[in-house]
Design a binder for this molecule. Structure first.
Ligand SMILES: NC(=O)c1ccc[n+]([C@@H]2O[C@H](COP(=O)([O-])OP(=O)(O)OC[C@H]3O[C@@H](n4cnc5c(N)ncnc54)[C@H](OP(=O)(O)O)[C@@H]3O)[C@@H](O)[C@H]2O)c1
Length: 396
């Protein structure tokens, strides 16, 4: 029997990281944890190391590394602790690693994910922000290294499963007319518009169907998540923004659809549980048990579809504009959103101001070409600076 595949989980202490480890633990003969990373939840990281005995753990700074190393030794583990972005890039690109789950949230995930791409690893991509920021460079690196890129976002994983067979071998999307990207509409789908100025971070994070990290939960409420996914879909499936249509589907049972020129529309359905796309990508092109309960269509009984309302969801309009403008615009959109969402979660801005901050940043700065990673980070930094200026000007 062949050796178990060695898996690095970047962002192991988060929602996707934990779901990934749940699937891996169901298949010990098939997968072994090579490395785990955490950022603030380091006692959880220690517990995960005790459970999965990785070769490496990565933490953000030297003091935390010393403490974790001591705790690991006391627990009788030989796991070596590495530090910072350099440590993340090392465990993402180590020659022994077969696949990397990229599940760090936000721009912080870009360099380690690219390190895994450049090393030709199989990439399980949850960190959509990495692809949104640097789409052209990211996809170029994938083609150059021959890395296999498998989407973890439930929508993109669904689209991937509905694409022509040749597509998964890097060939073509010939015959695809449209991609229909489904969205639940989040917790504020029916909230009266006048009440949106008073919603709390807790309300924004209380997603009706999915259990997720706080940043992506706010992005789901504002539908910026769908906007980022639209940009992600264009890169992953070689589509124009005009070919991607967003459909509100409150039940979150259909995870997305592909519309072909012969009139066929293929959909992927399932219970809203991230272990399905994670298991699909881990085992691709095979299938493995994910622990997800079978779908009960009779209990669901009906499936609804609506057009998104741009007045309610201005972030979706801003993301579509950034997708059309391409170049530095998606990196600026993403960075401004990260600053605005952090400020909202800290109670410094009201929910509708998230879109105001992003719109101002996009209006103030001209779109420029991004030919290398440095240009991406310059656009990212500029957007953070402008969003910061909005906050200071408003006394936040
Ligand atoms: N959750 C979902 O259902 C879902 C679905 C589709 C796509 N995604 C995408 O998957 C990614 C992860 O989402 P999530 O919901 O799992 O988020 P999460 O629960 O907030 O977890 C984020 C992970 O990233 C780590 N992290 C945070 N900031 C970091 C930094 N500056 N440097 C290094 N590591 C850092 C966190 O460490 P600590 O926890 O130790 O601080 C944690 O392990 C996001 O890009 C999201 O858009 C998530």
């Amino acid at each position: 029997m062949s050796r178990p595949q060695q898996i690095t989980v970047l962002g192991a202490t988060g929602s996707i990281g934990l779901s990934t480890l749940d699937v891996i633990a169901r298949h010990p003969a098939r997968y072994q944890v090579f490395a785990l990373s955490g950022f603030t939840r380091l006692s959880e990281l220690l517990a995960l190391c005790v459970r999965h005995s990785p070769r490496f753990a990565v933490v953000p700074e030297a003091g935390a590394a010393r403490r974790l190393q001591d705790d690991l030794l006391a627990a009788g583990l030989s796991t070596r602790v590495l530090v910072g972005e350099e440590g993340l890039c090392q465990v993402a690109s180590d020659p022994e690693v077969d696949a990397v789950m990229a599940a760090i949230v936000g721009a912080a995930g870009l360099r380690p994910t690219l390190a895994a791409v450049e090393a030709g690893k199989k990439i399980l991509l949850a960190n959509k922000e990495a692809l949104v920021m640097s789409g052209a460079l990211f996809m170029q690196a994938v083609r150059k290294s021959g890395s296999v890129l498998l989407p973890i976002d439930s929508e993109h994983n669904a689209i991937f499963q509905c694409m022509p067979l040749d597509f998964s071998r890097g060939l073509s999307n010939v015959g695809v007319r449209r991609i229909l990207l489904t969205a639940s509409g989040g917790p504020f789908r029916q909230t009266p518009l006048a009440e949106l100025a008073h919603v709390s971070p807790e309300q924004a994070c209380a997603h009706p169907n999915w259990s997720m990290g706080r940043k992506i939960s706010v992005d789901s409420a504002s539908m910026m998540n769908k906007g980022l996914e639209l940009i992600e879909a264009c890169w992953l499936f070689d589509a124009k923004p005009s070919q991607v249509e967003v459909v509100i589907h409150p039940q979150s049972v259909i995870h997305s659809l592909v519309d072909y020129i012969d009139g066929s529309v293929l959909a992927q359905l399932g219970n809203p549980d991230m272990r399905t796309p994670i298991a699909n990508a881990l085992a691709w092109p095979e299938r493995i048990d994910s622990g997800v309960a079978p779908l009960d269509l009779f209990a669901i009984a009906r499936l609804d579809f609506q057009t998104p309302d741009e007045e309610r969801f201005p972030c979706l309009r801003l993301a579509r504009q950034a997708a059309e403008a391409s170049n530095s615009a998606p990196a600026m959109l993403n960075a401004a959103n990260e600053v605005a969402v952090t400020a909202f979660l800290d109670g410094r801005v009201r929910y509708p101001e998230i879109a105001s901050i992003i719109e101002e940043v996009l209006n103030l700065e001209a779109v420029v070409a991004v030919d290398d990673l440095e240009a991406v980070f310059i656009a990212d930094a500029k957007a953070r600076q402008l969003a910061g200026q909005w906050l200071s000007r408003h006394g936040r």
